[in-house]
Ligand binder design. Structure first.
Ligand code: ADP
Length: 495
């Protein structure tokens, strides 16, 4: 099975969120299972030096977008695990300070062109390699158009007769919506700008292109696959997803158990395992010292939170409970970047509790590891969460999560209160500040019972979130997709 991952971010080369963790680690597990996996992504600023040695694969390839012919280069490198990775170089589009837009000025105005070029270049990549994958595995809206090009143009190419497309929704809230004028830039057949195609309430939706034209859809947790078929979570696409439910699977993301491994993590000051948790204490004390929490507060529960500062992540609930939470005599550290208004509110509250609350507005991988290792309790009150990775990192680092029971959070955490013998974390079921506060309070209370706490910690650490299990599920999806193609019932055979 040959698989080409097409994604706008891949860890460690470029990352803004969980998508990069997935595209950075799933390919290695698929390779272990015998797949020929390769990856295609844009070459962003700073990657030329950071991406190891690269060879020029193809120069001066012409990619037409509207009336323009863009000349692009493709470079070939390898990931740390030896997976071929191809980088699309077009400095005019990708050599920028941010991946998709600046925090102050918002999304880049030419994001449509940037990802049309990326999508159209996929075919040229295959031609340059003389390699035609059985599966194009497309990720999020930035790769959505590839499904449309494949279905409406490329599949008539004899080289692609046996190929199929799988599209993974990492977060349906991000849809790649553009004004209708940009449709002509895509150079897709006019029929594609319709309700049965990528048109979404008069606009062009690159995400919808992926959902409509891919042979098979997956999303990142079983519960989220059901949630997105409802108006509450579907962001207007619930009808389409319901219609496609027979070709939709929820596969829980795995985590990179080499990068996130308390026993061997080089980014934390002391390692630990479920047999010997003493290193965790060292991590807590270093973290508290680094953050400037007073020494005498070391035995207080330390709560951690890491994530994009976005309403999705439940900062509205957190802000409402912060004064009461602080009155419980805990310490809290928050690491995140994103929405300026959330940052402002947190900054203001932090001034009121200088000894207990530290907020850091940066993207810092090392600090993220230290927070996971050094905290006692991890907060993830997300309003919705397709999968979420930090709760799984937390479980592995025996930092007991408190989560809203939604999406992947619900699928990966077992509620201690409901299931005391197998619980791994604390859940709240109604998205409301009091429910969140109650769950945090239960966790803090349990933290006081050292024996029970260690039991929960050990159970948490024993959970298996490795990619191997999910990778096997993906292979089943790939097989279904190619079988569908072989018998000629590919997506939109009905168009
Ligand atoms: P999402 O993809 O919605 O942002 P996930 O929980 O799936 O959320 O993945 C977020 C990833 O990004 C995790 O690996 C998390 O540790 C990381 N991350 C988020 N914000 C930061 C930050 N400020 N510094 C370091 N890592 C971060």
């Amino acid at each position: 099975m040959q698989i080409l991952f097409c994604a706008s971010e891949v860890s460690p080369f470029a990352k803004t969120g969980g998508l990069a963790d997935v595209t950075g680690s799933l390919p290695a597990s698929l390779q272990k299972l015998g797949c020929d996996v390769r990856i295609f992504m844009p070459l962003y600023r700073g990657m030329r030096n950071g991406a190891g040695s690269m060879d020029l694969l193809a120069r001066d390839i012409v990619v037409p977008v509207g009336v323009h012919d863009y000349h692009v280069y493709i470079w070939e490198g390898r990931t740390e695990t030896g997976i071929p990775i191809y980088f699309l170089e077009k400095d005019e589009f990708y050599d920028r300070s941010y991946l998709y837009g600046s925090p102050v000025r918002g999304d880049y105005e030419d994001n449509s062109e940037r990802f049309i070029v990326f999508s159209r270049a996929v075919r040229q990549l295959c031609m340059a390699l003389d390699w035609y994958p059985s599966i194009f595995h497309l990720h999020d809206w930035q790769a959505g158009l590839i499904a449309a090009y494949f279905q409406l143009n490329w599949r008539y190419d004899p080289n692609f007769l046996r190929s199929g497309t799988v599209f993974t929704i990492h977060n349906i809230a991000y849809q790649g919506l553009f004004p209708p004028e940009i449709f002509s830039l895509t150079q897709l057949p006019a029929s594609a700008f319709s309700i049965a195609g990528l048109e979404f309430w008069g606009q062009c939706s690159f995400l919808k292109a992926g959902l409509v034209y891919s042979d098979f859809l997956t999303t990142v947790s079983p519960r989220y696959s059901r949630e997105i078929q409802t108006p509450e979570f579907g962001f207007g696409l619930e009808g389409l997803l319901k219609e496609r439910r027979d070709s939709l699977a929820g596969i829980l993301n795995g985590i990179d158990t080499k990068v996130w491994d308390p026993e061997n993590d080089p980014l934390i000051p002391a390692n630990y395992s479920s047999e010997d948790l003493s290193g965790k204490k060292v991590c807590k004390s270093v973290l508290c010292k680094d953050l400037g929490f007073p020494r005498e507060r070391l035995d207080r529960p330390l709560l951690g939170m890491i994530g994009r500062l976005a309403t999705q992540k439940g900062f509205d609930l957190l802000e409402k409970i912060l004064p009461e939470l602080m009155s419980m005599d805990v310490n809290l550290v928050i690491l995140g970047t994103g929405d300026a208004s959330i940052e402002e509110n947190l900054k203001e509250t932090a001034l009121l509790f200088p000894k207990q609350l530290k907020v850091l507005f940066e993207f810092d991988e090392k600090l993220a590891h230290l927070i996971e290792a050094g905290s006692d309790i991890f907060l993830m009150p997300s309003r919705y969460e397709p999968c979420g990775l930090n709760q799984m990192y937390s479980l592995r680092y025996c930092t007991i999560p408190v989560v809203h029971a939604t999406g992947g959070l619900d699928d990966s955490v077992i509620d201690v209160i409901k299931d005391p013998d197998s619980g791994t974390g604390f859940k709240f079921y109604k998205y409301d500040p009091q429910a969140f506060l109650d769950a945090v309070e239960s966790a803090i209370h349990m933290f006081g019972d050292k024996d029970k706490w260690v039991e929960i910690q050990k159970r948490a650490m024993a959970q298996d979130f490795s990619w191997d299990r999910s990778a096997r599920e993906f292979i089943r999806v790939y097989e279904k997709t190619t079988a569908k193609r072989r018998i000629g019932v590919g997506r939109r055979a009905d168009l």
